[in-house]
Design a protein around this ligand. Sequence first.
Ligand code: NAD
Length: 432
Amino acid sequence: MKKVAVFGMGYVGCVTAACMSRDGHRVIGVDIDQAKVDSIAGGTSPVEEPGLEALISEQVAAGRLTATCDVDQAVRDTELGLIAVGTPSSDDGAVSSQAVERVIESLGGVLNQEKKPYTVVIRSTLLPGILEERLAPLLEEAVGRAMSEDIVLCNNPEFLRETTAIRDYDQAPFVLVGAADSAQAQAVFDLYSKTSAEQIVTDTRTAAMVKYSCNAFHAMKVAFANEIGALAKAFGADGQEVMQLLCRDHKLNISPAYLRPGFAFGGSCLPKDVRALARHAQRHAIDVDLLASLLSSNDAHLRRAHRLIQNTGKKAIGLVGLSFKAGTDDLRESPQVVLAETLLGRGYDLRIYDPGVMVSRLRGTNLAYVDEHLPHLAALLVPKPSMLYEHADLLVLGTEVASGINWRSDFSGEVLDLRRDLVTARSSMAVS
Ligand code: NAD
């Protein structure tokens, strides 16, 4: 059993406080709004949420859930504080962390006097970086000593949906904690010992980003489904049936397929078919901004790759992989081809290795594609990886062709792995 203070008795805070007290913890709800505090103290819910009022009433009667406006008392009587206050949009659209900062200042002030170990958990949704760069220094300043093992700051993003919040709490996909190490995270996991959800610990920036990614993903799914629906209608088809059938494919559609960030998409189908849909929509004045943005989003990713290469200052480049994925000789709209063209156009000294694309074996469409798009290709392709290593001072890994060669042991220059270096701040070597 833990003694917990939950700051912010809104939708998230109330559900969290009620469920945690139901699961055996002693919980103090804290809010600046006296009416909300009175409501909980009287056994009623200050927010409308199915099942919540009954739970609050039961927990208050059992003496496990109390509420107060008094931060001093709440911090003195607990070992862990969950912050679930609002983080609304500012006028310019940025997230406002003001309410969270006020809580940090006031609870830190109490800890300055109390000198006891305490864990502060950010449950509110905040962009990565705010905890590390704004809240941590603020907490240290308020507590009056450097963050140490006895003062812990971590985050535990919230995935509840209003109207099904209690069920979502009990059947969470996972409990995610961002912390410096698993010992710090354990104090938070202990709060969820009654739920069977998988417990995952990561760093605080990744945890915060997961929350934003989930909401962006949900918003994108709705926008995508609506755009497909609008196009289907214009084509005389039934958009609801189209999406129902799309969702029945659990291999490629409702699955992790295509959801691993890395390099740009390409190939003979995706760009062509997205372009056809966007073109049709444009001709018929159907606004499908999301679909229409896919190819320019992909181009932007390619430009990021080029910038990454440019920033190394290296000029002798060895590109691993030329077709849009390993194991095919199909070069149509391969992003690696576009990248190679850009590099050549800007004066880089390029060699390419791709065992699936040997000019001597290319025929038909692929040969025509090479002739049209990359006429110098034959001179640039090398038959052995060792020839790439000899030539290059920068190796650029573009596709899974890289997994089949021994670049780690055989190449001593700089390496850029486009399968991960465009999308992760962690060092390639440290993780792989
Ligand atoms: P809310 O606006 O319903 O409640 C916030 C509460 O915090 C209010 O009762 C307010 O009086 C209180 N508060 C403000 N300043 C305070 C302070 N200094 N001390 C104590 N209490 C204070 O907010 P919400 O909808 O519960 O959202 C809280 C956070 O959780 C936000 O970051 C939100 O983005 C995130 N979130 C919300 C949901 C949701 O379904 N509503 C789901 C997941 C995550």
